[in-house]
Design a protein around this ligand. Structure first.
Ligand SMILES: Nc1ncnc2c1ncn2[C@@H]1O[C@H](COP(=O)(O)OP(=O)(O)OP(=O)(O)O)[C@@H](O)[C@H]1O
Ligand SMILES: [Mg+2]
Length: 237
């Protein structure tokens, strides 16, 4: 039975003009699992994530959330169904305060008030509580990444999609982010799709992985199978 996978992607194809960017990509992800999406620069990772969020159309193939076909839905409809997306480069609102950014994560919830920001967010990211009135653009890159993840979590997603959360971030904050992803995974009620080029980080967090090369899945397997020459050949490491 595939019907109960949190996310099921079947034979996705996508083109930018005449360039065939995703080639028959399939994957599945269960609740409580973390799937690492790996691959070098430019292989189509972000393109795949944008297709899953509905930011980009797909030429053919299917995207299923808990057995429901969502391939034709708009991004806001997917968000309402429980998909949260933390884009590459974070895309927080630089001119809004940290608190206002967090409230944006609750935009789909009625009566959004600062008091309703769940304390869990501050437990996961204590630094944000200290910086509530600071402008997003004045945070460090790592703090902005934490803010973007916190904002996504406030939507109480079933599936969180993270596009290279460690990119350009200092080691101490990478550790903090890793700890949060690990806690979310242990909670067991959310599925995590982690796009990542930092092998050790992905290896420590993932239950399973897929590797893309030129838009195609060239390797896939369990966490134990990740640490192989065959996989590393396709990565930047
Ligand atoms: N809007 C676009 N129009 C045309 N081509 C694009 C567009 N966005 C990306 N591409 C191309 O599609 C390919 C896949 O890009 P994508 O951003 O998905 O790669 P990526 O695996 O996320 O790379 P990175 O690790 O650098 O983030 C690349 O060759 C890229 O140049
Ligand atoms: Mg990318």
């Amino acid at each position: 039975m595939q019907g109960n996978a949190m996310l099921q992607v079947e034979q996705l194809n996508q083109y930018y003009g005449s360039s065939h960017t995703l080639r028959g990509v399939s994957l599945s992800l269960e609740k409580g699992q973390c799937l690492a999406l790996m691959g070098r620069n430019g292989v189509g990772k972000t393109t795949l994530l944008k297709c899953l969020m509905g930011v980009l159309p797909v030429a053919d193939g299917r995207v299923m959330l808990e057995g429901r076909d969502i391939t034709g839905l708009k991004p806001h409809q997917r968000a309402a169904l429980g998909i949260a997306y933390v884009p590459q480069g974070r895309e927080i609102f630089a001119r809004l305060t940290v608190e206002e950014n967090l409230l944006m994560g609750m935009a789909t919830k009625p009566g959004k008030k600062a008091s309703a920001i769940k304390s869990e967010v501050y437990e996961l990211f204590p630094v944000l509580r200290e910086m509530l009135q600071r402008r997003g653009g004045d945070l460090s890159g790592g703090q902005q990444q934490q803010l973007a993840i916190a904002r996504a979590l406030l939507a109480e997603p079933k599936l969180i999609i993270l596009d290279e959360p460690t990119e350009g971030i200092q080691p101490s904050i990478i550790k903090d982010i890793g700890r949060v992803i690990s806690l979310l995974r242990e909670r067991g009620d959310i599925a995590i799709l982690l796009c990542e080029q930092y092998f050790d980080f992905a290896h420590a967090l993932a239950d399973k992985f897929i590797v893309l090369s030129r838009g195609e899945v060239v390797a896939a397997g369990t966490q134990e199978q990740m640490d192989s020459e065959d996989v590393k050949r396709h990565l930047a490491v």
